[in-house]
Design a protein around this ligand. Structure first.
Ligand SMILES: Nc1nc2c(ncn2[C@@H]2O[C@H](COP(=O)(O)OP(=O)(O)OP(=O)(O)O)[C@@H](O)[C@H]2O)c(=O)[nH]1
Length: 370
């Protein structure tokens, strides 16, 4: 099989590390986008009311405050000045309760507030829908928003039926309409965002799978080739040496023939675990194919690697691998030289492995320099 040598690619350890803050960063980006959307929505609502001539000095003051509030929230989230999560369910319930109470008072007990005008307070209703889309996934948010819309509709319906042509009825209808458009926009945006996240997740999973051996879950041949390519680049650029150990199970065909393929598979997995335990964190153990494994040892010279290979042979042979099945391994060791390419390095390690097999197995041999 031809080598797939990647250029200076990622971390030498061969394991996929998920970006720890990716989810939180996406949430933050969604929140910022929602602020922009909500700002545009409320500004449009204001413009609509002005064009219909149903605005008032109080409403103008409220909308102006709203227009300042959104950039302020945007800045606070953008510069991480708020604790996380910014909004939770209790926040949403509280805001809904306050707005519902204001609506009841304004519609049915207009004189209750005395000199306090309750009307502007329930202009915060669109913000509640924004909250709803922050606290939950897009489907739950839609259900919560529709529930809140139904609540406000039920509260205002008797008033709308009773005085359909009043200025305030007109305003209430417009508010419901703006709310419906806002919820639809938020739902669209948030489901799009969720689809993007799912696609990103699938891509991450695919990337991991394409570098992982299915049976042992170790880095596969492609990944090992990339790691060796990365180490070669480091060697050429900074003179940091590294070594390879090629490791092959002795008489593995007999294991399959005597105990069957499934037992052979279990042995391969157990060997992967046992070998991994004997290595340092920065070393990469991968499955090269069949019963052959490769270990990449960064910063190791030939003697270090040979010592490690001897220790590995002893470590594997020391106790049965699975049940009563004991196996031995042979190792070929090569360390990088300036004359090496990835192919020549693998070739030399393979030749050393062949020598180890020839000399009786359960042993390690080192390659002659390139
Ligand atoms: N169970 C199992 N066996 C595998 C797998 N891949 C390769 N093999 C077996 O590994 C065996 C390799 O046999 P050989 O190449 O003759 O090597 P060997 O018997 O180990 O002999 P030496 O390497 O010379 O010590 C074959 O029987 C393959 O079928 C696998 O994924 N699972």
């Amino acid at each position: 099989m031809p080598l797939n040598i990647g250029a200076a690619t990622p971390p030498p350890n061969g394991e996929h590390r998920p970006e720890p803050y990716a989810g939180r960063e996406r949430k933050r980006a969604a929140l910022l986008a929602i602020f922009v959307l909500s700002w545009v929505g409320t500004t449009l609502a204001w413009a609509l009311m002005e064009s219909r001539g149903v605005s008032s000095p109080t409403l103008r003051a409220v909308f102006a405050a709203n227009i300042v509030f959104h950039p302020l929230m945007f800045a606070m989230v953008y510069w991480r000045l708020l604790p996380e999560p910014v909004v939770d369910l209790s926040c949403l319930l509280f805001a809904t309760g306050v707005c519902a109470a204001c609506m009841v008072l304004r519609l049915y007990f207009p004189s209750y507030g005395g000199r306090i005008d309750l009307e502007p307070l329930y202009l915060w209703i669109p913000v509640i829908y924004v909250f709803a889309f922050i606290v939950a996934g897009h489907k739950s948010s839609l259900r919560i928003s529709l529930g809140i819309m139904a609540l406000f509709l039920v509260i205002s319906l008797p008033y709308l039926l009773q005085s359909p042509s009043s200025r305030f009825a007109n305003f209430t209808v417009q508010l419901h309409m703006v709310s419906a458009v806002l919820v639809a926009a938020l739902y669209f945006f948030s489901s799009y965002q969720q689809r993007l996240q799912a696609a990103q997740l699938t891509m991450d999973e695919l990337a991991t799978l394409s570098h992982t051996d299915e049976l042992t879950r170790l880095p596969n041949r492609r990944r090992i080739s990339q790691v060796v390519g990365y180490e070669l680049t480091r060697f050429e650029r900074y003179g940091r040496g590294f070594a390879l150990i090629m490791l092959d199970i002795d008489h593995f065909k007999d294991v399959n023939d005597r105990f069957g393929h499934p037992v052979g598979d279990r042995a391969l997995k157990a060997l992967a675990l046992r070998a991994r335990q004997a290595l340092r964190d920065g070393d990469t153990l991968g499955r090269w194919g069949g019963e052959e494994f490769v270990i990449v040892l960064p910063e190791a010279g030939l003697d270090d690697a040979l010592r490690k290979a001897h220790a590995l042979c002893a470590h594997v042979a020391r106790a049965p691998l699975i049940d009563d099945l004991s196996i031995t391994i042979s190792c070929g060791v090569a360390s990088v030289t300036p004359a090496d390419t990835a192919e020549s390095l693998f070739h030399r390690a393979d030749a050393a492995l062949y020598a180890a097999k020839q000399q009786g197995r359960n042993r390690a041999e080192s390659a002659a320099p390139a």
